[in-house]
Design a binder for this molecule. Structure first.
Ligand code: AMP
Ligand code: GLY
Length: 428
């Protein structure tokens, strides 16, 4: 079957790599793709915001299945445009994508369905937001309601910071996404990224994962899209996975179906594992980046078949298998990220790095210039490794990075530290 994958980041390279291994695949296209994705798919320049252009491409190239990677085309209704002409796809409808598109929508749904999350208030003017802050002291979290490319969240440790965050939102710092502000309880605990395939009725949990959001070693500095990830996440015991499915994921799938907007795709729950158990921080309606990179190298089943079952309502029959090996990925970013990254710098040594045992290199933001590979984004490469333990995967990933010559880039040196410390504790 011919497949079109929408997106061009590290997540999409990992998805393309896994889709390419499917016996069901005939041709794989990626729009726009990147220099790494070009090794496993035909990259095409398509304006994915132009639904007519996408539909024309689907028809001209006899595409049987469209996989939508990022949130923006989902929230913009690309799934609905495909559904309207009967094109099978992986990714929720615009209405179901509200789970990521509006944080207030998700909070209200949690309240109605009794899903554990922090307490909150929704505000459309600064005065009422400040009144709420009078009775809800810091630490407290202020968020722009809509999609703000990961930048609309402030964990305020003082009242002054909370006020400033409210003012920034209403002053238009996040455009339309900040027209409504959410203020929520600060949740204390360890974060985990939880993924479940959902076919509108049934849900199947994927392997567990954790990422590192802060830019600097020791989990310091500004938040980013993610500087590295690993799987499994030792904090997510089988009992916690079952509890998350029972208390969070299944009630969400049921509530969305009851509203007449069934969720079909991958539901990504950002969890806080608190002293009272797992609580929902937020939903995303797509795979995580860079969590997908570690999930795909551990997946021992056909990704395309799993995505088709998700689209067809067949998850009840799906049995997913995972390698026992652990996986870890380190994000190599352009200097300046998450601010303005340096672009166009040359990256050398990728072939040598790829020879390291157990290593796959996914491209997140690169382009080719003749034989040269150039940085072309904030997060640029994901050096990913499998190993018998997270510690071994970590050692292999950093051994591969040592062979890469890229003065324009930087990366964290401690990805996986929590899991490695837990492994050591278990052995000692
Ligand atoms: P989000 O974009 O909503 O995932 O938020 C980005 C990051 O802010 C999360 O990964 C958490 O580290 C932090 N965060 C968001 N909401 C909360 C909360 N209610 N309590 C504690 N930390 C939070
Ligand atoms: N790594 C977190 C995300 O994809 O949003």
């Amino acid at each position: 079957m011919n497949v079109l994958l929408i997106g061009g980041g590290g997540r999409e390279h990992a998805l393309a790599w896994a889709l390419n291994a499917s016996p069901l695949l005939t041709r794989l296209y990626a729009a726009p793709g990147n220099a790494g994705i070009a090794d496993v798919a035909k990259c095409v320049a398509l304006d994915t915001a132009d639904h007519c252009a996408v539909l024309r491409f689907v028809k001209d190239q006899a595409i049987d299945f469209v996989v939508i990677g990022p949130e923006a085309p989902l929230v913009a209704g690309l799934s609905d445009a495909l559904a309207a002409v009967g094109v099978k796809h992986f990714g929720p409808s615009r209405a179901a994508s509200q789970l990521e598109g509006s944080k207030g929508f998700t909070k209200d749904l949690c309240r109605e369905a009794g899903i554990p999350t922090g307490s909150y208030g929704r505000f459309s003017d600064a005065h009422s937001a400040r009144c709420y802050l009078d009775t809800h002291p810091a630490p407290i979290v202020v968020k722009a309601d809509g999609l703000a490319a990961g930048k609309g969240v402030v964990v305020a440790t003082t009242r002054a910071e909370a006020d400033a965050a409210v003012d920034a939102c209403f002053a238009g710092a996040f455009g339309a996404a900040g027209a409504e502000v959410l203020i929520e309880e600060f949740l204390d605990g360890e974060e985990a990224s939880f993924f479940a395939l959902c076919d509108g009725r049934d849900a199947v949990a994927l392997a567990t994962a954790q990422d590192h959001k802060r830019v600097g070693d020791g989990d310091t500095g500004p938040n980013t899209g993610g500087m590295g990830a690993y799987s499994p996440a030792p904090v997510m015991t089988p009992a916690l996975v079952e509890r998350t499915m029972r208390e969070i994921i299944r009630p969400t799938v049921a509530a969305m179906a009851a509203r007449g907007t069934p969720f079909k795709g991958v539901l990504f729950a950002g969890l806080m594992i608190t002293a009272d158990g797992p609580k929902l921080i937020e939903y995303n309606v797509r795979f995580g980046d860079p969590e997908t990179q570690v999930l795909m190298v551990r997946l021992n089943s056909d990704l395309l078949a799993a995505m088709l079952a998700t689209a067809d309502g067949g998850l009840g029959q799906l049995d997913l298998h995972w390698r026992d090996d652990a996986a870890l990925t380190v994000v190599l970013a352009g200097k300046g990220y998450p601010g303005s990254p340096l672009k166009g710098t040359e990256i050398r040594g990728l072939d040598a790095a790829r020879q390291t045992p157990g290593v796959e290199i996914f491209h997140a933001g690169t382009k080719r210039d003749g034989d040269r590979v150039l940085a072309d984004g904030g997060r640029v490469l994901n050096v990913t490794a499998v190993g018998a333990s997270v510690a071994e995967a970590q050692q292999r990933a950093y051994a591969a990075i040592a062979k890469i010559d890229w003065p324009g880039g930087f990366w964290r040196h401690d990805i996986g530290w929590r899991a490695v410390a837990r492994e050591k504790g278990r052995r000692g």
